[in-house]
Design a protein around this ligand. Structure first.
Ligand code: UD1
Ligand code: MG
Length: 429
């Protein structure tokens, strides 16, 4: 079946109260518009995004992540409204699926019932407890007669609880015929895409409503809607991961980016955040730890640890209050209160409490390399760039400012001075 997709994303999104274009606000780490594009890609290669408000910003965000998307700039001065958005479009295929850029909860499965069949116009409707704000759908004998926008409704029409979800599958010939004929004689002086329903009905077309789930087709208009949509998305992500074998303790406290990947059997304790493109393989992430854009394999992390971007950790134990950034750790133990940044640490090495890699001199970042079986005593500072070979012992409290060779002890200590009777002399008896 060949379908073209149009994603409407030119609206101003005033209700978001944001300088950022509405459709670029993220849900579970991915811009709302990108959720719509990803769903579209499962359906077709012919995707057009209609933009206007902050056109350049949205277009370049899309181009950074996708290839082959077509763009159409809506003239919102001359032709405002969802019908205006469709003016001047062309399509490669006979059927056109119209999506909104602010409906991030739609899935290819949820569109199936809308795409099925061969009617001239398939339109999605939702039964709502509170239809406020939506276009009301006038249905008689199971046929759609027209859509009336809230601002154009009679007081009787306002009571209709069946609303237009705003997603349609329309034959190209219908669009080519009716879009040029739209007018803006309505309460908002906008060109309503929804008016083509009545035009088609007047031409004798039969339009059946396709009932869809509110949860999947709800639009995001405010930051409150954004948070609610994210909750639903998070629930979906967690449920599918649990079904795939990930154990979660108090799942509703766990946040997982939609781009994160899991393999094998992992455990996530309460309050864990897995952000960005993290990759978690057979690992145990303990309470309130944060892993961001990092790979963790066969390891245990936390509680209360932070694994930052570009870290690659395997066969390793990371304990509480340890921060790791852009470091590669293999078979390491770092149990307590450390900062390990721009470091490579090899098998059998133990990082004592309070060890810091001093990776930044205020201008540039430098590397620390630690070989195999190195014992780094507590409260040591490793001043990068520094290279510590295999089988080294660094005494507690040492500032390592030179490379250390294989088998050596490194110790830097101010000699301890003991002054007898000092306490009483200082504080008095
Ligand atoms: C629209 C429908 C309404 C439906 C509701 C569902 C019309 C006239 N009304 O209402 O029946 O119940 O969606 O959410 O279509 N957009 C443009 N250009 C514009 C205006 C909007 O591209 O000039 C885009 C927006 O970015 C958005 C989508 O179209 O993605 C819908 O716009 P929005 O203003 O949210 O729709 P409503 O007026 O609420
Ligand atoms: Mg509107």
């Amino acid at each position: 079946m060949s379908i073209s997709v149009v994603i409407l994303a030119a609206g101003q999104g005033t209700r978001m109260k944001s300088t950022k274009p509405k459709v670029l606000h993220e849900i579970s780490g991915k811009a709302m518009l990108f959720h719509a594009i990803d769903v579209s890609k499962e359906i077709t290669d012919d995707i057009t995004v209609v933009l206007s408000h902050q056109y350049e910003r949205v277009e370049s965000a899309i181009k950074e992540s996708y290839q082959g998307i077509k763009f159409h700039k809506q003239d919102t001065e001359l032709y405002p409204g969802t019908g205006g958005a469709m003016k001047g479009l062309s399509y490669q295929n006979d059927k056109v699926l119209i999506l909104n850029g602010d409906m991030p909860l739609i899935t290819p499965q949820s569109l199936e019932s809308l795409i099925d069949g061969d009617g001239d116009i398939h339109m999605s409707v939702i039964e709502m407890d509170d239809p406020t704000g939506y276009g009301r759908v006038v249905i008689k004998d199971s046929r759609v007669l027209e859509i009336v926008e809230q601002k154009d409704c009679t007081s009787k029409q306002l009571n209709i609880a069946t609303v237009n979800a705003g997603i349609y599958l329309i034959k190209k010939e219908m669009l080519d015929k009716y879009i040029p004929a739209l007018d803006n004689n309505n309460a908002q002086s906008e060109y309503y895409l929804t008016d083509i329903i009545k035009m088609a009905v007047d031409d004798g077309k039969i339009i059946k409503p396709v009932f869809v789930k509110e949860e999947e087709f709800k639009g995001v208009n405010s930051k409150l809607d954004l948070a609610k949509a994210e909750e639903i998305m998070q629930r979906r992500i967690r449920e599918s991961l649990m079904m795939a074998g990930v154990t979660m303790r108090l799942p509703e406290t766990i946040y997982i980016d939609i781009r994160a990947r899991f393999e094998g059997e992992s455990i996530l304790e309460s309050g864990v955040s897995i952000l960005g493109h993290s990759h978690i393989i057979n690992s145990h992430i303990k309470s309130n730890s944060v892993v961001e854009d990092a790979t963790v394999r066969d390891s245990d992390i936390g509680p209360m640890a932070r694994i930052r971007p570009a870290s690659d950790i395997a066969d390793t134990h990371i304990g509480n209050f340890v921060e790791v950034k852009k470091s590669t750790l293999r078979g390491v133990k770092a149990g307590h209160l450390s900062y390990l940044g721009d470091a490579t640490i090899d098998r059998g090495s133990n990082i004592g409490a309070g060890v810091i890699t001093c990776n930044y001199d205020g201008k540039s970042k430098y590397q620390t390399t630690i070989g195999k079986n190195v014992f780094v005593g507590s409260d040591s500072q490793l001043v990068a760039p520094v290279d510590i070979a295999d089988d080294v012992l660094i005494a507690a409290g040492t500032t390592v400012s030179k490379d250390v060779a294989k088998g050596e002890l490194a110790i830097s200590r101010v000699p301890l001075k003991r002054v007898a009777g000092f306490f009483d002399k200082f504080f008095g008896k």
